[in-house]
Design a protein around this ligand. Structure first.
Ligand code: SF4
Length: 665
């Protein structure tokens, strides 16, 4: 194996290029100076990657009931259990719950097996928790799930508006690029719309600390202002700040609006997304340099999953469940039983597990027992399911403890495939470490199960390159410019040498930085749609028993449930334990002291966290990180405190607005 490998960071959706290099002290990493996402930059998480590639805590052999079992027996068992459930109860009695950590090739095989050959739509992904409201908002507005712009637009803009995005912590390299441009051009304005005074808000020219959930009111008011009307805007911020924001937006043609989980993780997230897009459509600020609505995806390959159909409501290759698409995909896969309707979205999927409708569940590379809302009920569901198989690289996750069968998957540095970042850029993840123990690629595990279920001819892959080639062919199959996702120009490409490129790639070597610059969208008439948005309040409100509102999110130096970042002492030093941020006046009101302990309680569960006073929070609101689990010493699973209210269009849960109480612990 070469001693210098170009690959891609496995954390956030920025998708930074990484150079891994072997030396006397083992492997080290640095930013890839030639990668167009980061031009050599890495954030603290990416820079610590080499500290996280050891084998401690890895699942290295298939295990049944905690005991090693041979691969053949394990694969036979999965195939038998899934086949038996389908034979007895029908295809909708089984489900896959997958992950934005999977590579596109893994995702493709999972989707093809479930939707193409088992014949059910029941494959959903943890990306449902991350950006599915953006997908729904894009489809309503554009007729396709298309991110219009690229990272360069952020640097070319004269006004950058960040809504519900703490990019300084969650998309650090993009934020570094923005700040570098701000240093070069101080006249570039930054507006941050966020209830909290985050690290991102600290750098803003204007911070609108609006009342949680009132984003759609703000952007509806902005839309009226852009049309020359004036509307009453009641977001809990001073009127002069609103007026300043509206006038800056109205007078600045080169405006990019970035958003993230603060918009998406809401019971009205799709409407909020469209309220933002409306303002860009009204002003024609889309698809042109320095302009556009721009969603930052959370995970490294949430976009790749969207592309292959990893969401239950998409069929494959950005096609939905319309008759023509079902027929087209069925012919392409040579499958007589393509799913004909969307499957269950994440929250509903686990409800179906809980009430016994799902008899066999396969969880891949994710930890729903921590990350889903009502995580306590998710645990009950998994514990009650007839058969749960989990494929992961980690041996001891909260979800792994609930699985009957555990299958060892390759990790970052060992896996081979592609990911797509927030700007539609496909990059290679390349292996530089030998597969440890008996760990296998996810695509290999699923293909082996598919063969045992009798679908061998359709899953005769020998490599990730085979799968990528088929994925490209499907995107181009009977496309003719009718669908946004077209990788026809990558058919036959040298997979090993594939350089980062933005889709669509209709001709070899020709990526696409911006979409919609020609004014044509993907609705049948070629026009975009402005969506009438009626702002709605969050599903749950504070009351006497639960008088505070809990907002959740990331710490700067941790990732998801810390299975990887938790191994780096350097990263742990930033926040060694979960912290409850609370306004000093609320701390006094509830008898809490800085650095003391607090019990944070929801309707069904509670967690204990260290108290940190933070005057950057609004009164009545608290903030807690999502990363800690009850495997860790701290054991603060905030997912158990959050009700599973979801957006009616996207199914994305409202993870940022949960009524809670606090008391000294
Ligand atoms: Fe990795 Fe995201 Fe940091 Fe880039 S910004 S190094 S992709 S975590």
């Amino acid at each position: 194996m070469a001693d210098t490998i170009r690959t891609t960071c496995p954390y956030c959706g920025v998708g930074c290029g990484v150079v891994a290099q072997s030396g006397d002290d083992g492997w080290s990493v640095r930013g890839d100076p030639d990668h167009p996402a980061n031009f050599g930059r890495l954030c603290v998480k990416g820079a610590a990657l080499a500290e996280t590639i050891g084998l401690e805590g890895r699942l290295l052999h298939p295990e049944w009931g905690g005991k090693p079992v041979a691969w053949d027996a394990a694969l036979d068992m999965v195939a038998d259990k899934f086949s038996a459930a389908v034979a007895e109860h029908g295809p909708d009695s089984v489900a896959f719950y997958v992950s934005g950590q999977l590579l596109t090739e893994d995702y493709y095989v999972a989707n093809k097996l479930m939707k193409g050959f088992i014949g059910s739509g029941n494959i959903d992904t943890n990306s449902r928790l991350c950006m599915s409201s953006t997908v729904a908002g894009h489809v309503r507005a554009f007729g396709s799930d298309t991110v219009p712009g690229c990272y360069e637009d952020i640097e070319q803009a004269d006004l950058v508006v960040l809504v519900g995005s703490n990019a300084a912590w969650c998309h650090p390299v993009i934020f570094q690029r923005l700040l570098a441009e701000k240093t070069r051009r101080p006249e570039l304005r930054i507006v941050v719309v966020d209830p909290r005074r985050t690290a991102t808000a600290e750098c803003a020219d204007l911070h609108l600390a609006l009342r949680p959930g009132s984003d759609a009111i703000l952007f509806n008011g902005l839309l009226a202002h852009l049309k020359g009307e004036e509307a009453e805007v009641e977001c809990g911020v001073p009127l002069d700040q609103i007026v300043t924001f509206f006038s800056w937006f109205a007078e600045t043609e080169k405006t990019v609006t970035l958003w993230s989980q603060g918009i998406n993780q809401s019971s009205s997230g799709t409407d909020k997304v469209d309220a933002i897009i409306n303002c860009h459509l009204q002003t024609g600020r889309i698809g042109r340099p320095g302009m556009g609505p721009f969603s930052l995806t959370g995970q490294p390959n949430a976009m790749g999953g969207r592309e292959v159909g990893g969401l239950a409501n998409m069929l494959a290759a950005h096609m939905g469940f319309d008759e023509a698409s079902i027929d087209r995909v069925g012919r392409f896969w040579d499958s007589p039983r393509v799913a004909t309707k969307p499957g269950l979205k994440a929250v509903d999927l686990f409800k179906a597990v809980k009430d016994g409708r799902i008899k066999a569940l396969w969880v891949m590379a994710t930890n729903p027992a921590v990350s889903l809302p009502e995580a306590d009920l998710v645990r009950d569901a998994m514990a009650a399911c007839d058969f749960v198989v989990l494929s992961d690289c980690e041996a001891d996750t909260d979800s792994a403890r609930l699985a009957h069968l555990r299958l060892p998957a390759l990790a970052w540095g060992e896996k081979d495939g592609t990911v797509t970042n927030s700007e539609r850029r496909i990059s290679r993840q390349r292996p530089f470490l030998a597969p440890p123990g008996e760990a296998k690629p996810d695509w290999w595990i699923m293909s082996q199960v598919a063969r045992r279920m009798g679908f061998g001819a359709a899953f005769a892959y020998e490599s990730a390159a085979d799968i990528f080639a088929e994925h490209c062919r499907l995107t181009a199959f009977e496309n003719g410019g009718s669908r946004d996702l077209d990788l026809g120009g990558l058919i036959g490409v040298d997979y090993e040498a594939l350089a980062p490129i933005q889709w669509p790639v209709r001709r070899p070597g020709e990526g696409t930085a911006r979409m919609f610059g020609n004014g044509r969208f993907y609705h049948p008439d070629g026009k975009a749609r402005m969506i009438a948005v009626e702002p709605r309040r969050p599903a749950a409100v504070a009351d006497e028993a639960l008088p505070l509102i809990l907002n959740t999110g990331r710490s700067r130096d941790q990732w998801h449930t810390m299975t990887r970042t938790g191994r780096s002492p350097r990263l742990a030093a930033h926040a060694p334990e979960p912290v409850l941020s609370i306004h000093p006046a609320d701390a006094i009101r509830f008898g809490l002291t800085d650095n003391g302990l607090a019990r944070l309680g929801g309707r069904r569960a509670s967690a204990v966290l260290r108290v940190a006073l933070d005057a950057g929070l609004r009164r009545g609101e608290v903030f807690a990180p999502i990363h800690w689990t009850d495997r860790t010493a701290s054991g603060a699973v905030v997912g158990m405190l959050i009700d599973a209210a979801v957006d009616p269009y996207s199914g994305q849960p409202e993870l940022k607005h949960a009524p809670v109480m606090v008391e000294p612990y």
